[in-house]
Design a binder for this molecule. Sequence first.
Ligand code: 3H9
Length: 651
Amino acid sequence: MTVSVHTDGPVAFVEIDNPPVNAASHAVRAGLMDALAQTEADTAVQAVVLLCAGRTFVAGADVREFGKPPVAPLLPDVVLALEGATKPWIAALHGTALGGGLEIALGCAYRVAVPTARMGLPEVALGLLPGAGGTVRLPRLIGAMPALDMMASGKPVGAARAFELGLVDAVREGDVRTAAHAFALEIIDVDMPVPLSARDVPEFDAGALHQRIVAIEAKARGQNSPKAVCEAVLNATRMDASEALAAERALFLRLKDDPQSRALRHIFFAERSVGKSLPDGSALPLEHIGVVGGGTMGAGIAVAALLAGLRVTMVERDADAVAAGRTRVVEVLDGSFKRGVLSEDGHAHCLEAFSGSVDYGALAEADLVIEAVFEDMDVKHAVFEALDAVVKPEAVLATNTSYLDVGQIAQAVARPARVIGLHFFSPAHIMKLLELVIPVGADPDAVATGAALGKRLRKITVPSGVCDGFIGNRIMSAYRRACEYMIEDGALPADVDQAMRGFGFPMGIFEMQDLAGLDISWAMRKRQSATRDPAERYVDIADQLCEQGRFGRKTGLGWYLYDGKSAQVDPEVTALIEATSARKGITRTPLSEDEIMGRILDVMQAEGRAILAEGIAARAEDIDVVMVNGYGFPRWRGGPMFMTSEQGAEI
Ligand code: 3H9
């Protein structure tokens, strides 16, 4: 039984058991209606505790049902029915009461939570809004502004904050069933509270609400659901509850069929299923991680591991470099502490768990070592030879290279099968994406250990085969080349960047290069020049910029001219681009934003298809996950491969 009812004296316990997250699927909704009828009919029952088995209270509607026609009873009707119960229902919250789950709780007369419970309405992240009365009941319970903030951000709040907001009536230690039972006995003789939909929204500052709505809509950058949330909150403040509920339903149905929500649901499930097809292997227990290299990347990786409770030893070439690496680590940890993401104890613990050394011997007991040194095969080989001489036989060796051949790096050690790639993205302690690069012949246990580290660091770990740039950088190189062709053909960097921003990227490719610095890729191009196919079209505009010392933001000049933080089009760069086109005999033809984005998408999708055909990515959705989480591809568009399939094209 998905929903069962047990009575204990005057209290009935209605328990939902629908693993893994007790989603409000059809069986749950129907079960709740039956339980309501049963408890209403049972004259011995005076109060009802609604609770869930397993790890969490209901974590939302069953998102897998959204692609199918809805089947009654619908969740909004179930919540309405619960709200109409003649006996008090007490939602007993543990785990994560999210979306439709929290809306069910809002239909109950009371909410009791354990201290670890979290509550939120995250629908916006799925391109939706709360569609089972949340937009109407939450403002009536906690006020319009806090409700708007919760629904527009989608971020859950902890039990203590929920109590402050008035979202829960009590926070009780211990087992949720016992706590809610005790609460039920306390309120059994008290008059039932007025149902939320029969209440008014508490007074609020209309001007401040309006300002917040303007800010949310500006930040939405083309995404529809935050705007719909704002509209629904305004409805909740202006309409009576039944009108507002009807308006919410209409908005919800419109969003559910919106391609943006389909795209966001696609990414939601793609992220959760990533890596499930990895070969079976046993992960080595992870406690002690080694990091070779204390630059920005090495320090970021060290912090990510420290924050996950691992011990970290960083090895650098000399005492000064060790000190500089340590300083970087401490700075990042201090920043996390100041932002409140790390407690004082946690901060102290991380510092204690970190050590630096000039001696590779300090890595003798490490379970996994990640190399994050200069991108040069000889340098990498030297590091791996040194590691091979000291680490324990079962330790996994990983390289953080972003494009070198991991298989070739592995040749530096006696047992190459223990070598994998772990390609982090900067800043490594923040970015969610991790490419797990698997060379041919890699030991499945080493791969499983890499995947386990990714999980421990709470990364989205996407497996990739070995090729130049792996999944993400390979696609980025391809479309960057296409963008360079376009500026030679007639567009200007600002046109390309504007088209990308208009599409939903946080910034365009040229702005991004200026931010990252043009000199690093210049050095790489110089190294590659000997092996470049002379027949291949090559755009040398970036080289010309570098020859003039224009390395991007850090030098105040790059593709743009920088005045403080703002980027301005530089007529000198425009002249240089036009002169280059003329030198090559190209008649420049301006390109529209649609043409620019069309070309970028074509190239991304073609490269994605090649990556799939070569077996570099296991699934098309893995490519989407990489582009969305590492390269700024707008999440609400689902990724380049999702867009291909939506257009009905074969992948
Ligand atoms: C909504 O409620 C609309 C209503 O307002 C209106 C309705 C009319 N449905 O993330 P995990 C699966 S919209 C179906 O790895 P965790 C997930 O795919 C919904 N399946 O675990 C995975 O499956 P598998 C609003 C779901 O512990 C498994 O559960 N709610 C759903 O890291 C474990 O998931 C949300 O947006 C679902 N709603 O995190 C909450 N949720 O084992 C979305 C999860 O086959 N969920 N699954 O790979 C989450 O944020 C996280 O899953 C949660 C657990 C925090 C709950």
